[in-house]
Design a protein around this ligand. Sequence first.
Ligand SMILES: *Cc1c(COP(=O)(O)O)cnc(C)c1O
Length: 367
Amino acid sequence: MQADFEKTLQERKAEGLFRERKIFSPQTDGLVDFASSDYLGLSQHPLVKKACIEGVERFGVGSGGSAMVSGYHVAHQALEEKVAEFVGKERAILFPSGYGANLGIINALSNHVEGIFQDKNNHASLLDGAKLSQIPMRRYLHNDCHSLRLKLQGWKHKKVLIGTESVFSMEGDIAPLVALQEMLDVEQHLLMIDDAHGFGVLGAGRGCLQEYSLSQVPIYMATFSKALGGVGGFVAGDDAMIEMILQYARSYMYTTAMPPALAWANKAAIEVIEQTNVVDQLWDNIRYFTEQVERLGVCCEPNQSAIQAVVVGDAVRAAAICEKIKQQGFLVGLIRPPSVPKHRSLLRINVRATQTKKQIDGLLRLL
Ligand SMILES: *Cc1c(COP(=O)(O)O)cnc(C)c1O
């Protein structure tokens, strides 16, 4: 068995796909961070840190159990209420991770739908959710409503779940959410939107439902782990939908609830978004970045989101460029298969509120 493992690992190295974790400390290494998803810099915000410390002092470190047994604290309840109101839904439920939230939604609804249709580029957590729940899955062409319509027409069953990301996590492009909502039949089709990269960014921070006036979308999922600078996922919807997830999601029941201090910090992060101009600062930088990309003719398709991608193609070449950029003092994300299709390795550039125009200029000059 050991020889098999070694062979597999050697093959991965030869393909340029071997992953190495580097200790991430941009501040101490003096690197400008264009890699983390902490778009608003809230993981370092004084009020968020203060809330986390206060949370530890009030509630301790761990939650102590599943939310169904002893892990549901007043901090969780407060965050659920806060986030539901913030995104404009009746009710919300928290998960320790966004990954678990996606597994839970699909799992909880699996006895009520006969299939799940997903965008070809959907996040692994959505795909894994379908596999784990053993519901038949079909994948439609990326951001292509026509492809989805054809697949739905060819499907003998009626009730289906349709899942898409809002802002796609690898390339930062945005799904045709309004067109999707309009083409679906509310009697038969349940639309779920994973807004991991839109929450805290779009709709003045309230997410894609606010940005595109999508009040009819029944299942809204997002995470506190990206723009909110914390950890954990949540689902928001009407009372019955959230109750279904609470009663039936195995990834809710059989896992320890998020640390209450983190729930407290996540709630403070929402308050910072409401009360300060951090989201405006981010958009100021996104606008500057995309304008400069057009002006300089950088090989990057500008997105109306915090994620900008430079598609390189070959994995080995992408890794080499990433390393060169790092030597010049900038950290960008290196994205390779299986996160993207073969021959579509890319540099993921996350625009963040705390970057200066000079730092953005510096990176663009290198590109
Ligand atoms: C990061 C991410 C998740 C998972 O969220 P975690 O909180 O990191 O587990 C789910 N969906 C998308 C699109 C993501 O980018």
